[in-house]
Design a binder for this molecule. Structure first.
Ligand code: NAD
Length: 399
């Protein structure tokens, strides 16, 4: 099958198997160009491991620290007739590369919020990973969650928690700046967003792993958050998603207490940089901010993608002598994004950005290229006019 991009709003409904494999290989090559992480993790569970920050968090321990990995995701396999999702092909490519390197790599495709998935993961850790893991990365981004105990379905919303908020946004389909007004969430919508994107499920995972006795001494766990500049606070940090992230921090403190008492372990929230991923492209205002930010950071030689961020998180924070926590106890790998010189320039540009000057003050080309890459399009060395196999399997899931 010849697979071409089909973009609908802020998602692409097709993905290219060979392009996704090339994208994964690019990230592996980057990690291999860095010094090995001698004190890094050896047996890793990544929840949300197929795209974005989670995929990078699987690649870094595997290829920088020789770790065995169990990856969990919710992706669509391809068939002879229809391409699958990018995360599916990324995981297929990751497993092949890791196995070729002699590393254990297995995946579970299903609902990470369910009790069944947790039980299946524990079985694999016990039977195939030597019984103990030393790192758990929690990197889920989901619009809904079914409570595993009550069966109730919760949906997250991207709204403010105050009044209406109007600002500039980028229509990524048309490449045009428009005005958007985001309404206020009801108390119920705030509560539901916390249920989906807050810390409860991370706690459920960690409690299940503690109870099953599959955590190693010195175990670490990390989940990801975002803060960003004041101009996005009404929709992000002070919005519904920000409330969920505050809840994640509360869960982090509880998990940290348990891990430190029982295993001498540690739990962290890492605040990461704003990047083009499937999750972030759905948030109003953020893609315009990212386009301006990318231009500034590239010009100053500070630009990073998911793999550079996570490589730096592991080598400079999680597995260094000093995690350099902020006053709220969080890791700040968004430090370069938040530098005063970057933020003041971005804030100035934000005031004046318009459809007339957009192409000179922002990096929309870079944004679009990154977006297409998420789905395996636009990678060097891939022949997009040639047949590719949409039924490409994830080896450990091919039965
Ligand atoms: P992403 O959309 O690229 O990845 C989400 C992952 O979650 C995928 O592996 C997907 O398969 C998995 N997933 C979703 N629902 C699932 C389910 N029910 N069961 C199993 N797996 C499921 O997202 P991302 O941008 O990499 O976000 C990951 C985390 O990083 C989120 O917590 C996000 O808030 C945070 N973060 C993102 C940014 C950013 O700019 N993208 C910045 C800072 C922090």
């Amino acid at each position: 099958m010849i697979v071409k991009p089909k973009i609908r709003g802020f998602i692409c409904t097709t993905a290219h198997p060979d392009g996704c494999a090339a994208h994964v290989q690019e990230q592996i090559d980057y990690v291999k160009s860095k010094p090995a992480l001698d004190n890094g993790p050896k047996n890793v569970l990544v929840i949300g491991s197929s795209t974005g920050y989670g995929l990078a968090s699987r690649i870094v321990p595997a290829f920088q620290s020789g770790a065995n990995t169990l990856g969990i995701f919710f992706e669509k396999p391809g068939s002879e007739k229809r391409p699958g999702s990018a995360g599916w092909y990324n995981s297929a490519a990751f497993e092949k590369a890791a196995t070729a390197q002699g590393l254990f790599a297995k995946s579970l495709n299903g609902d990470a919020f369910s009790n069944e998935l947790k039980e299946q993961a524990i079985e694999i850790i016990k039977n195939e990973m030597g019984g103990k893991i030393d790192l758990v990365v929690y990197s889920l981004a989901s619009p809904r969650r079914t409570d595993p105990n009550t069966g109730e379905v919760y949906k997250s919303v991207l709204k403010t928690t105050g009044g209406d908020y109007t600002n500039k946004t980028l229509n990524t389909d048309k490449g045009e700046i428009e005005e958007v007004t985001i309404g206020a969430a009801t108390p119920e919508e705030i509560e539901h967003t916390i249920k989906v994107m807050g810390g409860e499920d991370w706690e459920f995972w960690m409690n299940a792993l503690v109870e099953a006795d599959v955590l190693d001494n010195g175990v670490k766990t990390v989940a990801y958050s975002y803060i960003g500049p004041e101009l996005t606070w009404p929709i992000y940090t002070d919005g519904t998603i920000g409330q969920a992230k505050k809840d994640l921090e509360k869960s982090c403190a509880k998990i940290n207490a348990t891990l430190s008492e029982k295993f001498g372990g540690e739990a962290y929230v890492s605040v990461n940089k704003a990047l083009v991923t499937q999750a972030s492209s759905a948030i109003p205002v953020v893609p315009l901010y990212i386009s301006i930010l990318y231009k500034e950071m590239k010009e100053k030689g500070l630009h990073e993608g998911c793999i550079e961020q996570i490589e730096r998180l592991f080598s400079d924070r999680l597995y260094s002598d000093d995690a350099k926590l902020d006053s709220d106890g969080r890791i700040r790998i968004d430090d370069w994004e938040m530098r005063d010189d970057i933020q003041s320039t971005v804030a100035n540009i934000w005031q004046t950005v318009s459809n007339e000057n957009f192409s000179t003050v922002a990096d929309f080309e870079g944004y679009q290229a990154e977006f297409l890459k998420l789905f395996g399009f636009g990678l060097d060395g891939v022949n997009y006019d040639a047949d590719t196999d949409p039924a490409t399997a994830v080896p450990s899931l091919a039965e």
